[in-house]
Design a protein around this ligand. Sequence first.
Ligand code: RFL
Ligand code: PHB
Length: 393
Amino acid sequence: MRTQVGIIGSGPAGLLLSQLLHLQGIDTVILERQSREHVQGRIRAGVLEMGTVQMLRDAQVHERMEREGIIHEGIGLAFAGRTERIDFAKHTGGGTVMIYGQTEVTRDLIEARLAAGGILKYECPAVAVEDYDTNQPRIIYEEDGQRKELVCDFVAGCDGYHGVSRQSVPQDKLTVYEKIYPFGWLGILSDVPPIDKELIYANHERGFALCSMRSHTRSRYYVQCGLDDRVENWTDDAFWDELRRRLPERVADNLVTGPRLEMSIAPLRSFVAEPMRFGNLFLAGDAAHIVPPTGAKGLNLAASDIFYLSRALIAYYGEKRTDLLDRYSETALRRVWKAIRFSWWFTSMTHRFDDDPINRRLQIAELDYITGSEAGQTTMAENYIGLPFETFE
Ligand code: RFL
Ligand code: PHB
């Protein structure tokens, strides 16, 4: 089989790239290891930056998002028994975020691709990318137990942290930066009304907690847990009790509990692999970088990589330009590193790392400073809503 851009992975990065290229008449084939049901069933991120929302509009998959998504103009930071609000709109000249789950974004994109006759091959794992430094790179993949080949002009490695694209490159050509945090997040999804109108991030001596939502009737909550903790260790009641303990009393009083729709544990890590381009193989999204979920940046970074990569490929096919392809890696990485920094900083300020009392006092002082100062609130707000994309044309 042959296509112009071979895409590995049908997460948000791969699907968005495929859709944006399709709208410019560029052919793609997506190879996905999992089934469509599995991809659509994964519960992941919930907060879209404005830049991501605009990209979904550009991709013409915005209708349901505009109808069902919820605009948020701020978040709450809870610490030392109180809750302070960061007002995004006030500190960023009207900036907001959109509450709309990754599950929904993925569903909308898959439906749009299929409606336009796009080729999405599920249960077709890529096993290697070959000849990526020639003008005919090939993706070797499996279909029904048979080994097949997809020959392309370019390969987009959108296959997440465990994917095959990054592993197809000689390891001495990659520089990897990694930090593994000594804890994870235990998350619950439940059909109960959210505890508050906005998200609340809580620093507590028992550990971090986050109150999030998917809609006015569906909530997503997290509590920091140990690395060796297991979902089987937690009943629904135990989760709700632990969450309640980590919130200021006035907030906890509003908690409505219910049975879980889903419960899972995610480890926290910061990871960057540089560069993001190897000949005609381009990495995007989690394949190139991972952030701890505290800053709600994972999905948004996948979208910002695709902002740059889609423009570079469109300039190549439209005008035979290669300069944007050449600038992709350095440009995408500048934004990636700022999000890596913000997510690390926000994690450091809100999680329990050890029992040393000075660290907790420093966290409280920092939260007090950030929420009490105009400069501090602006720093928090402008990073949370998402730093602007660079001009790339
Ligand atoms: P994805 O979504 O992981 O998609 C990659 C796709 O590639 C497929 N794949 C392959 N396909 C073919 N051949 C192979 N050899 C393949 N290997 C892998 C995979 O099956 C998958 O479908 O990456 P993408 O598109 O870069 O999107 C990134 C976002 O999904 C990710 O950053 C966020 O979801 C991160 N993340 C969260 N971010 C948040 O902002 N808030 C969250 O609450 C949050 N929760 C999460 C998360 C990521 C998780 N992971 C990676 C396990 C919870 C989890 C559990
Ligand atoms: C979520 O709703 O899953 C969510 C929201 C904000 C975060 C992380 C996860 O920072």
